[in-house]
Design a protein around this ligand. Structure first.
Ligand code: AHR
Length: 524
């Protein structure tokens, strides 16, 4: 039995709804097939975008969608993807395929409007220009009859779109341009200055009190534990004459962190593949008990990374105005047999669902600094919430976790504590339970808990301080560790209702091995 304490009087940070975002790149079958089928397709669609995917995303209240990359973003020239005559583009990073650019700015922005989610664009700093980025935001946001707004109107869109976030480059330390952090900090300052001026106006606009609709300006950030990057970047963007109306005295609303969780390598394969580790990864379903824990322990490491990056950021931004945006995360398994290795198509099991649940609980717990996350990637790539094949669609176990956690969006994190133990073999031990709890606008509580043990259940005894529990209900995602949803058996892993027994001080609830449970408590 583990004691679980929830303190209703300890209201902490806002859990920004953008923690529940998704990432969609021109990679493999994410955009083409996964999202975009074209208006003439026999697959039901809304202006060319699959209707089944739109409905699934509405259901989980998708708050924000990142596009067009990823590495692809720093090769993408948005002007080639608007209007009638579109230039094809070779997708050099991801399989060298030729794309006809039929999915471009209009298709993406309209899709976000249809879903009701925010649009997050990754700008091309690596091989593009500041002018190109500035004109992109003008094309999208300008009401005045500027040349870019005129062009947008000619292309069929009268009103501006709402632009939630704009990223200045992606993985600038790698595929985004092999930059050093000090160099990028300078590049960022310069680009962010002109992009935010295009969004909000410059000094004159600020002095006249103009407050146009906000677009967050986001920086590319470190890979995993590259703390030197964070230190140099934060130092590099501090100081100077900043007058951007959006983000106070630092020119960034957020800095990204990329952290993927890799399974243990397949040593036999490694030899076979002449040392290319990515080609030697085990597939999503190729795991034993040790590998179950190996992956989950790896995922839980994101908490250490958040704490450490936050510590560095706090020296320059103690008020935590600059968010740590984990805009690429999730399990990176080997590709499914018979699929193109450059397309990164993988299955998704209960192990991935537990990984998602533990990560989202960690992000909630650190929502004072983590303001946004987008799991990689939304459809058919890496740890997807949706898989498609022709006209069929499957919702993965990870999708169901997003469904169970959606009540945390824009709720307030509550102080909570759970008695814990370590599980797993020596060397790959991980906390057994991960939880977070929040209170929404109506004063009601959502607790989400996952059990990382592959074979041992836990009964939790919840105590609620500072409030009286009314009606309590619970849901569970539970199945064999290897269970996944396939096109032949799409509902094998799905959410069912679960039992949480009301007690004098709160509730009792069993959290079975390898499961994810959500508990809703109405407060009287
Ligand atoms: O998500 C796949 C790739 O991983 C992205 O394109 C890149 O940003 C990262 O390295």
């Amino acid at each position: 039995m583990a004691k679980y304490i929830i303190n209703y009087l300890d209201k902490k940070s806002l859990i920004n709804k953008n923690i529940y975002g998704q990432f969609s790149e021109h990679l493999g079958r994410c955009i083409y097939d996964g999202v975009w089928v074209g208006k003439a397709s026999p697959i039901p669609n809304v202006n060319g975008v699959r209707s089944d995917v739109i409905e699934a995303l509405k259901h989980i209240k998708l708050p924000i969608l990142r596009w067009p990359g990823g590495c692809f973003a720093d090769t993408y020239h948005w002007k080639d993807g608007v209007g009638k005559d579109r230039k094809p583009i070779a997708n050099r990073y991801w399989g060298g395929t030729l794309e006809d650019n039929s999915f471009g700015t209009h298709e993406f922005m309209d899709m976000c409007e249809e879903i009701g989610c925010g649009a997050f664009l990754s700008g091309n700093l690596g091989s593009g220009t500041i002018r190109e980025m500035v004109e992109w935001v003008e094309y999208i946001r300008d009401e005045l009859d500027t040349p870019m707004a005129q062009w947008r109107r000619e292309n069929g869109r009268e009103k501006p779109w709402k632009l939630e976030a704009f990223g200045i480059g992606n993985e600038v330390w790698g595929c985004g341009g092999q930059m050093k952090p000090d160099y990028y900090a300078d590049q960022f300052r310069q680009a962010a200055h002109f992009v935010s001026t295009a969004c909000f106006g410059g000094m004159a606009a600020m002095l006249s009190g103009l407050r146009p609709e906000k677009t967050m300006i986001l920086a590319s950030g470190p890979n995993a534990n590259d703390f030197d990057f964070t230190e140099k970047f934060m130092k590099g963007i501090s100081g100077g004459f900043m007058f951007n109306a959006s983000s106070g005295n630092l020119p960034a609303d957020g800095m990204s962190l990329h952290y993927y969780t890799f399974p243990n390598f397949n040593a036999d394969n490694l030899a076979e593949m002449s040392g290319n580790p990515l080609a030697s990864l085990r597939t999503a379903n190729d795991f034993d008990e040790n590998a179950w824990y190996y992956l989950l322990k790896g995922a839980a490491h994101v908490e250490d990374l958040i704490i450490s990056h936050d510590h560095i950021m706090s020296q320059y931004d103690p008020q935590k105005k600059v968010g740590l945006m984990v805009d690429e995360w999730g399990a990176w398994h080997g590709v499914e047999k018979g699929t193109n290795p450059a397309f990164l198509f993988q299955q998704n099991t209960m192990r991935d669902a537990v990984l998602a649940a533990l990560s989202l609980n960690i992000f909630n717990k650190h929502s004072d600094r983590v303001h946004l996350t987008t799991i990689a990637q939304m459809v058919n790539v890496l740890q997807s919430i949706i898989l498609t094949e022709g006209d069929k669609m499957v919702l993965t176990p990870t999708y169901h976790v997003y469904d169970m956690f959606k009540g945390h969006q824009n709720a307030t994190l509550l102080g909570s504590f759970i008695e814990n133990s370590m599980v797993g073999p020596e060397g790959t031990q991980v906390n057994k339970l991960f939880e977070s709890s929040s209170v929404n606008d109506q004063g009601n509580i959502l607790c989400t808990i996952c059990n990382t043990s592959i074979d041992s259940s836990e009964l939790i005894e919840g105590t609620l301080y500072g409030a009286n529990a009314g009606e309590i209900s619970a849901d569970i995602l539970q199945n064999d560790p290897h269970a996944c949803n396939t096109f032949d058996d799409p509902d094998k892993v799905s959410v069912t209702s679960w039992k949480a027994e009301k007690t004098e001080s709160g509730f009792k609830c069993e959290i079975p091995a390898g499961s994810v449970v959500s508990i809703k408590i109405n407060v009287r």
